[in-house]
Design a protein around this ligand. Structure first.
Ligand SMILES: Cc1cc2nc3c(=O)[nH]c(=O)nc-3n(C[C@H](O)[C@H](O)[C@H](O)COP(=O)(O)O)c2cc1C
Length: 183
């Protein structure tokens, strides 16, 4: 399967993007293809209903990747109890053609203990795009973010978050495989 991971931060050393890279590593270990689309490295124009901007190199790249995806991972920093502006902007450019019937895993990084508000909002957006929300999700919050900060020192608890991410990514891949066989 071909999995696209859309990393929704506009910060160079974002822990949410590192979380997306870690998910990509697990997906590749399982023998699937993982493509990380990092919105910091490939910024998109502001969405406007007046102008499709399809000639924009990053936007046409994103649309191409999302159309070809068998399943999708959306990763966001939690901002004001919601998803980041850059991720929302990217999703506004996309539509049901990119999501219909595909399994989507939501993941977030939050300053507080858990980033559930942004995850709930992501799942609402996925439902409106006719994607299939994976039953599990990933939240790294508070101290857990140390696992994804530069100079990770193997702190106590890092293994627990790694184990949780492995479990969730594996169950996401299993569901995506079942669904892609059924279609
Ligand atoms: C504008 C802004 C709003 C934020 N709002 C929240 C919030 O509502 N809840 C929370 O737990 N953390 C909040 N934070 C903290 C971020 O969620 C936290 O730093 C997160 O790890 C950022 O992810 P990143 O490492 O991918 O940049 C906010 C940070 C910023 C910059």
């Amino acid at each position: 399967m071909r999995i696209v991971i859309l990393a929704g931060s506009n910060r160079k050393e974002a822990t949410s993007t590192k979380l997306g890279e870690y998910a990509a590593h697990i997906i590749r270990q399982k023998g699937d293809e993982a493509i990380l689309f990092d919105l910091y490295k490939r910024p998109l124009p502001f969405y406007s209903p007046d102008e499709a901007a399809l000639e924009h190199e990053h936007l046409s790249g994103l649309m191409h990747e999302m159309l070809a995806a068998d399943a999708i991972v959306l990763v966001t920093p939690e901002y004001h109890g919601s998803i980041s502006g850059v991720l929302k902007n990217a999703l506004d450019h996309l539509g049901q053609a990119h999501f219909n019937g595909k399994v989507v895993l939501a993941a977030s990084s939050a300053g507080g203990a858990v980033g559930v508000s942004s995850l709930l909002q992501l799942q609402a957006i996925v439902r409106n795009l006719h994607g299939v929300n994976a039953p599990d999700w990933i939240s790294i919050g508070g101290l857990q973010r140390r696992r994804f900060e530069a100079g990770y020192d193997g702190y106590e608890g890092g293994q627990d978050i790694e184990d949780r991410i492995h479990l969730v990514v594996e169950s996401f891949l299993n569901l995506a495989r079942k669904l892609s066989r059924a279609i």
